[in-house]
Design a protein around this ligand. Structure first.
Ligand SMILES: Nc1ncnc2c1ncn2[C@@H]1O[C@H](COP(=O)(O)OP(=O)(O)OP(=O)(O)O)[C@@H](O)[C@H]1O
Ligand SMILES: [Mg+2]
Length: 262
């Protein structure tokens, strides 16, 4: 029917004008009525040079990175994607390939780690090794599960090798759940300086209504420490702290403490 064609055209225009509608279209392949959460919209529309997202498990971090990657591919840009394990970068590459089916772009070449589109766009997933990732020039850097990158200071060498590849008007996206305080991702949040140009977005799972049932299940299944880290996004002293912080806090509180605070 002609009216159906008109509706489809209007929806396509909406997606071109509104990144949230675009991401909803991508997500709808898996979940027909999905709409991005406010933090996801804030991330994909940010024009900060660096966007750092500290978000709970399974909240849609990789979906945000893949969406931002596709938006860059639509501009004909080059996207470099990094994660601790090649399995994780391949998963984002798979998401990007899936989302590209919702766009007008034609994929000219695709492997598990690389996609080339007909407008010159390139998506390249690189291994988490500083020695082997030199030689590209990127419009967008995507770093997933940054707190878990291998090596000194959780991937500092790799990230330092990546940053010079970014064009001056390019953008870097970091995403992770926390993993202790001794890593570059934690420093991004704990050592924040005013006007450092980093757009920080922190969203614990308890603030995402769509995750309510899962959060309550995890509250029962995880230790209190793990819940604080994985769901509430807290940077704990160490990713594998032996004692629960609440135990330490209780033991050193001013009331009835074993080791009272002085
Ligand atoms: N706004 C949304 N509404 C509904 N489903 C969503 C939304 N965003 C992402 N999802 C879906 O949630 C699931 C988890 O998404 P994703 O893998 O991006 O999360 P993640 O935060 O990277 O997870 P993990 O912590 O395991 O790496 C996927 O099936 C994805 O399609
Ligand atoms: Mg993920």
């Amino acid at each position: 029917m002609p009216l159906d064609g008109f509706t489809d055209w209007l929806r396509a225009v909406e997606r071109d004008l509104n990144p949230a509608a675009k991401m909803a279209h991508f997500l709808s392949q898996e979940f027909p009525n999905a709409w991005p959460d406010p933090w996801q919209i804030e991330a994909i529309t940010s024009d900060a040079q660096t966007v750092a997202t500290l978000i709970c498990r399974q909240a849609g971090k990789s979906s945000v990175l893949a969406t931002r990657g596709v938006i860059e591919l639509e501009r004909g840009g080059t996207v470099i994607c990094l994660a601790p394990a090649s399995r994780q970068t391949m998963e984002i590459t798979r998401k990007v390939a899936q989302y590209l089916k919702c766009t007008d772009l034609v994929v000219e070449r695709a492997t598990q780690t690389e996609i080339e589109t007909n407008n010159g766009g390139r998506f390249i997933a690189v291994p988490a090794s500083g020695a082997t990732i030199r030689g590209y020039t990127a419009d967008l850097l995507l770093v997933d599960e940054m707190a878990y990158l291998p090596g000194h200071n959780a991937g500092e060498d790799v990230v330092v090798a990546l940053l010079p590849m970014l064009k001056d008007d390019g953008q870097t996206f970091y995403a992770s759940t926390p993993a202790g305080k001794n890593n570059m991702f934690a420093q991004l949040f704990l050592d924040a300086k005013p006007d450092d140009g980093i757009h920080r977005i922190k969203v614990p799972g308890t603030s995402i209504p769509r995750l309510h049932a899962r959060v309550e299940r995890l509250r029962k299944q995880l230790s209190a420490t793990r819940f604080k880290q994985e769901v509430e996004c807290q940077f704990l002293t160490d990713g594998q702290a032996y004692f629960d912080l609440s135990v330490i806090e209780a033991a050193t509180s001013t009331k009835g403490a074993i080791c009272p605070k002085l």
